[in-house]
Design a protein around this ligand. Structure first.
Ligand code: UDP
Length: 332
């Protein structure tokens, strides 16, 4: 088993991946600057407080802990914020990853699993989308992830790196044992926002109800964070077994509308979700649906926990602990 540097390991998906890595027998070194991650989400292994743009600190971490593989989760992820503040998105997502790549090249670490996103595709030409669907991002978040994806083949050819990219659809849910969950400040994601509305926060804004979808609200492919974590462990194993760089969609192939998600939140919580209709959010595609046959066929991955009820139930169990309110990290 290996020593894995998990950059952004204190964040939502990164922390769940750390659990899965440790359960698979790997040693985990979490590297995070806690700008959006939480110390409470680091449940074991080594913890280094550092910024991904600090290449020297990364090199030190790679050397000191004899790291052989890297998982890179550290990124800014809000579509809306990326539209108003692209500088922050290019700096964190492009510059940050270039800094990590430089450190890896200098130290001689050749394998990385990279967090990418369905936002690289933009408006679907067909649905569900395969990995070779054209990439035309609708926002700076998707553009920043695509820009760095496009740098990878050059680094691979020149420096012998192998980097596999996971394009996530809508990461959601929480660790089934309740150890971890989602906590963003401010929270932008649909399911936790719906919980906040149930718990007396502001009503949930439905961003657009005039899309050309069956009920007029956007369609999304929700994948359980535990399934995403499992996908990372499988992709890592493939690379360690000598597999080539690749790109994998990670989703379920089933789409739910914003209204259907709200109905599920009402069923699980037993309470009405107060809603208001708001204008469309800039940069939102009407539908995002994954064809994830590649990861299923090649790596035996299945979206085992990704039915909507299990996603909402696990997220609700965790949300009710109040952990997300008290945790440290970015406050806005
Ligand atoms: N959404 C919404 N109200 C909210 C948050 C999200 O209507 O308060 C919608 C959003 O427009 C999108 C879907 O829910 O169609 C999923 O958004 P989220 O931010 O959870 O994930 P994204 O698809 O941006 O990755």
């Amino acid at each position: 088993m290996s020593n894995v540097l998990v950059v952004g390991g204190a964040g939502y998906i990164g922390s769940h991946a750390c659990l899965a890595l440790r359960e698979a027998g790997h040693e985990v070194v979490v590297y995070d600057n806690f700008s959006t991650g939480h110390r409470e989400a680091v449940l074991g292994g080594v913890l280094i407080d550092g910024d991904v743009r600090d290449s020297e600190k990364l090199k030190e971490a790679l050397r000191n802990y004899r790291v052989s593989v890297v998982m890179h989760f550290a990124a800014l992820i809000s579509v809306e914020e990326s539209v108003s503040n692209p500088i922050a998105y290019y700096e964190a997502n492009v510059e940050g990853t270039l800094s990590l790549l430089s450190a890896m090249v200098d130290v001689g670490v050749e394998v990385m699993v990279f967090s990418s996103t369905a936002a690289v595709y933009g408006k679907p030409d067909y649905s569900p989308m395969l990995e070779d669907h054209p990439t035309r991002p609708l926002n700076a978040y998707g553009e920043s992830k695509l820009a760095i994806e496009r740098a990878f083949p050059h680094y691979e050819r020149a420096y012998g790196l192998r980097i596999s990219k996971l394009r996530y659809f809508n990461a959601s849910g929480a660790d089934p044992e309740g150890r971890l969950g989602e906590a963003h400040y401010p929270e932008t994601h649909l399911i936790p926002r719906a919980f906040n509305a149930v718990l007396g926060g502001p009503p949930l804004e439905i961003f657009g109800e005039n899309y050309s979808t069956p009920d007029g609200t956007c369609l999304r492919d929700f994948v359980h964070v535990t399934d995403l974590a499992d996908a990372h462990v499988r992709v890592l194993r493939r690379l360690q077994d000598g597999g080539d760089s690749d790109v994998y969609n990670v989703g379920t192939g089933s789409a739910y509308s914003v209204r259907e998600v709200i109905q599920m939140v009402e069923k699980v919580t037993g309470q009405e979700v107060p809603t208001i209709i708001s204008p469309r959010r800039i940069g939102d595609p009407s539908s995002l649906l994954a064809a994830s046959d590649r990861i299923q066929n090649e790596l035996g991955w299945t979206p085992a926990h990704s039915n909507l009820q299990e996603i909402v139930e696990s997220a609700w169990r965790w949300h009710q602990t109040g952990w997300h309110v008290g945790a440290t990290g970015d406050t806005g």
